[in-house]
Design a protein around this ligand. Structure first.
Ligand SMILES: [Zn+2]
Length: 267
C-alpha cells in the first residue's frame, strides 16, 4: 500500500526504479528455486559414516568443488558446510567429500583452462546452457571484495539459472562499490537476499550486492567507485558468508566476469 502511494507521486524518471524493483522481486522468486535441496534434511554424522543419503566422492586431480557439485547437481555451499570446508578453493586430491542426496559416485571431468579471451563483453543469452565458468575478460568495474574468491559462476546451475556470481570471504569483509552511481535500493525486503544493495550506474548498468551483514549506504546516496558500501555476511538464504553479486544491463542479468577487473586473488 505504501508502494502504491509512492508510485502515484513518481515522475517518469523514476520509472526505471520501479522496473528494477519489480525485477528484483521477480528474480528473488527465481533464485528461491535454486535451493530445492533445502527441503531434504541435512545428513547426520551417522548417515555420513554409513554412506547413507549420499555418497563419498574422492577428489581427483583437476576437480574443483564447483565442478564436483555441478556434476552431482548439488548446492556447493551446502556441500562445503556438510564437509566443514571453509574455503572451497582449498581442497586437495585424495580428499573424500560427502555428497548429500547422491546415489552413486559420478565421474567428474577435470578442469581444462580455457585459452584465449573475449575482448568485448558479450551478454550471455538467458537460456543458453553454460557448463563451465566463463572466461575472465578483465573489465573496468572494480572487484567488489578484495581478497574474495569467486566460487559460483553466472549461468546454469542445475536446472536453474544463477543470475550472478558468488564471492566467498570472511564475514565482515568490506564490500566496495564497483563504480560510481546512485543507490536505488538498500534494504532486506527481498526474500532470500538478506541485506541487499542495488546501485544504478551510467549507461543503464546496475549492480546488485546481496547477503550483506550490514548495509552502510541508503537509498538515494551517491557512491564513488571504491566506496565501502557494506560488510559481507550471510543474511537471507545462504549456507555461509558470501557476496552474491550481479551486473544488469537494463533488466538483463549479464556475466559479471565480463565486466569486472580481474583481482590478484583470482587465479
Ligand atoms: Zn548467488
Amino acid at each position: 500500500m505504501a508502494i502504491k502511494s509512492k508510485i502515484k507521486i513518481m515522475s517518469h524518471k523514476h520509472c526505471s526504479l520501479i522496473v528494477i524493483f519489480s525485477l528484483i522481486i521477480f528474480y528473488s522468486c527465481v533464485e528461491k528455486k535454486t535451493f530445492p535441496e533445502l527441503k531434504t534434511p541435512a545428513p547426520t554424522e551417522k548417515d555420513k559414516l554409513k554412506g547413507k543419503n549420499g555418497v563419498w566422492h574422492t577428489i581427483e586431480p583437476g576437480q574443483t568443488l564447483w565442478r564436483i557439485c555441478k556434476a552431482y547437481q548439488v548446492d556447493m555451499e551446502r556441500v562445503a558446510k556438510i564437509n566443514n570446508i571453509e574455503d572451497p578453493t582449498k581442497i586437495s586430491v585424495g580428499q573424500k567429500i560427502f555428497i548429500p542426496g547422491a546415489t552413486q559416485v559420478l565421474k567428474v571431468e577435470p578442469y581444462q583452462p580455457t585459452t584465449g579471451t573475449i575482448s568485448k563483453p558479450v551478454p550471455t543469452p538467458k537460456n543458453s546452457p553454460q557448463t563451465q565458468p566463463s572466461t575472465w575478460t578483465d573489465g573496468k568495474l572494480l572487484f567488489p571484495v578484495p581478497g574474495g574468491v569467486v566460487y559460483s559462476y553466472f549461468g546454469k546451475r542445475g536446472d536453474q539459472f544463477h543470475e550472478g556470481i558468488d564471492i566467498s570471504a570472511k564475514e565482515g569483509t568490506s564490500v566496495y562499490a564497483v563504480g560510481d552511481g546512485r543507490v536505488v535500493y538498500s534494504d532486506d525486503r527481498i526474500s532470500g537476499y538478506g541485506n541487499m544493495i542495488v546501485i544504478k550506474h551510467a549507461g543503464n548498468l546496475s549492480t546488485v550486492y546481496a547477503h550483506n551483514r550490514l548495509n552502510l549506504v541508503k537509498e538515494g546516496d551517491f557512491v564513488k567507485r571504491g566506496d565501502k558500501i557494506a560488510e559481507l555476511g550471510s543474511t537471507g538464504r545462504t549456507t555461509g558468508p558470501h557476496l552474491h553479486f550481479e551486473v544488469r544491463i537494463g533488466k538483463e542479468a549479464v556475466d559479471p566476469l565480463k565486466y569486472l577487473e580481474k583481482p590478484s586473488s583470482q587465479k
